[in-house]
Design a protein around this ligand. Sequence first.
Ligand SMILES: [Zn+2]
Ligand SMILES: [Zn+2]
Ligand SMILES: [Zn+2]
Ligand SMILES: [Zn+2]
Length: 302
Amino acid sequence: MEHPSSASSNNNNNNVADNKSNNLTEIKQLKSRYYESELEREGLNSLTESLKSKIRALQQQIFSQESTIKSAQDLISQKEILLDQIERYKQKVTDSESHLSTIKKEIFSLKENNNGYIKKYNELQQQNVQIQQKNNLLEVDKQQLSKKLKEIEEENNLLNKELKQLGIRYKCGHCDNYDICSNCETSNHNRDHVFIKIKRPIGNDRFARTALLPEFKLIEQNEQDIDHKTVCNVCHKNIKGIRYKCGHCVKFEMCVICEAYPFNLHDPTHVFIKIKRPVQIDSNEAILPLEFRPIITKAANV
Ligand SMILES: [Zn+2]
Ligand SMILES: [Zn+2]
Ligand SMILES: [Zn+2]
Ligand SMILES: [Zn+2]
């Protein structure tokens, strides 16, 4: 369509068209800028997101480091506790060691004591064995002695029987030939004379007519209370009254009680002298001759 004013209109139209195209371009540009800014925004968004996630990661890292620090601190305090405990255990060990050494010492001394006891026990055991052996020997001795004693007693019984049958002969020691029996023994023969008491017949009769005793020095004493000032070899008491002295031993005395005892163990082949009044006898040897003895077949080897 053609209008008179078309030129201007055209011009106008051209201007509008120019304007339009300018606007379009501008719009296009704006659009593209918008897109660009949109892109940019998206990029920024994603950047923000990635930064956020980085921050989170860092925060987590910080958190985990914090917890690591905390656990490290816990470990340090635990370590201190453990060190403390170790120190206490060490002290305990030291204490135990010193205690142990004390106990060891005690054990050692106890062991020594024990060894001493064992030694003593062994010694005692040995002594015991020795005593036992001695005891056995003594037992044997005892049996032998009791056997011998029995034999002697039997012997003595026989001798006493014999004696009763034979009677006792009293021979004056100072007269050449003066003999009396026990019944007449108290008769008034010279009271200074000492008699030999002969219980069993003398084998050798060569002495029958001989005075056998030397002169004794008499000691004056009250006759009611005679003390011979000598001790009985059997009972160890002072001899008073009558004193019996062995004629065949250098020094063997008996009191009247021990002499009368039927089992007196003095050699039965020895002859005693009967001293009524105290006399002094200084002889250092047997008073009677060795051969002036009774014959005793059995008793001779007792
Ligand atoms: Zn006489
Ligand atoms: Zn007579
Ligand atoms: Zn004698
Ligand atoms: Zn006596």
